[in-house]
Design a protein around this ligand. Sequence first.
Ligand code: AMP
Length: 531
Amino acid sequence: MGRVIGIDLGTTYSCAAYLEGNEPKIIPNLEGLPTTPSVVSFTNSGERLIGNLALRQAMTNPEKTIFAVKRLMGRKFDADEIQDMQSKIPYRLSKAENGDILIDIDSIKLTPQEISAMILSYLKKCAESYLGEEVKEVIITVPAHFNDHQRQATKDAAKIAELEVLRVINEPTSACLAYGISNKKNATVAVYDMGGGTFDITFLEINEGIFHVLATNGNSFLGGEDFDNRIVKWLLDSFNKETGIDISYDKFALQRIKEAAEKAKRELSFTLESEINLPFIYSDESGSKHIKKNLTRKELEDLTIDLIQKSIPYIGQALDESKLEPELIDEVILVGGQTRMPIIKKKISEYFRKEPNEKINPDEIVALGAAVQSGVLEGKIADLVLLLDVTPISLGIETENDTFVKIIDKNTTIPTKKTMAFTTVENNQRRVRIHVLQGESKIASENTPLAVFDLVGIEGAPAGVPQIDVTFEIDADGLAKVYAKDMATGRKQGIDVRPSSGLSNYQIEEIIKRTREGQFKVDEDDETRLL
Ligand code: AMP
């Protein structure tokens, strides 16, 4: 068996780590850098570039440079967030037959899982080159608020990359594991995690090596990219005001503006003013036009304060669910690159009346925690015995009149299993349809559909007589299995929650085959271009 590594597959950056002795260590990429942009690009000559190489040529190849694919994982094409995202990204999306998302690269259509797999394969290759041994198994992290489809899509991506996922753990929990190993004390901890695309708040209790997640809450569509987009809009509007020209439809210009916006945002975490200089952003008969603007930290804060405020109610709700008060929190950990923004640190310090713990780099902490978890699973870390995570979103089924009946409440410790009894609504009803959903609304159609299956052959009886037990089981990765059983006949029907969308095992095998055969030409001279 090779070495197990931890991977944080981020929206904007990804990172891998391993355990050396009892210490988690970052695995540098092939360029020697600790994090790798989660970017894949397909050049006109048929090369596939990953990470920094892909990012560097994004400006000249925006339609075939895929970034932020994590935001597409396990989602439906028609979702409002995806439609909104499509209007902001230069690459094209289309709808798969089952409603999932496809990414169009010329005539080739790839799933988000395949793009993520390319990033994972690159990280696997970096790890193998750095550690000098084969890597086949991983601990992979996901945002705590990821639903079942998003978790399954992440696991499928790893499978395509020919990596076996030993455990899926929530990013904040992972961060806490990294923190716990370097502090080794009992504490109640808040993890505020804002990365490139998602936001989570999690409260945990560490007690004698047991990590118990008390509650988690968040928004899988709130993160650093939203901050960048505000700067992009500010630049586009001011250019329009000064020149009367709308360049928002120019994909090349937009990509340059997006990169400059992100760079300015990062700079403003350390300086009070940043110059955004984009010469020759537009040309016509009347000549060339340029963007040259100064953005102050205060202006950036004004442009984005509502995004920070949007995260606050989630904290209150998770505190209530944990039965905690801000004063009872011993440690506040900031995770995700976006938390480097000074006003975020300030608002969070004010909220908890405590300075956040900044001992571990927020870009690396999640991968480090995943490496710790690999040590726990392999029995290498004896004093860290147990990780008790929770399910972030309630699960249940649809009943009469579009009603949602919760079977497993959000924040239930996993793994878990619960059974609830249901009955028929019509006389002699021989079949019931079990529609599995995830969400918090009492109205079924407002929640996320996960799977549908039928239990057939129910014994004929008046309405309300048959007893049908529905059982939900959630494993340690947060993935669900559902069974329905007619208690009179003992007939049972069950499902691993995945078939209403996502990739089937057959499709995954086909993709692996395609990948092995080499769908895209690669440059043998440049290691970083290979998967
Ligand atoms: P992560 O997914 O944790 O790698 O976070 C990436 C996000 O953090 C991106 O949106 C980055 O633009 C953002 N980020 C990284 N460094 C900084 C910084 N110094 N100030 C503000 N945001 C940053």
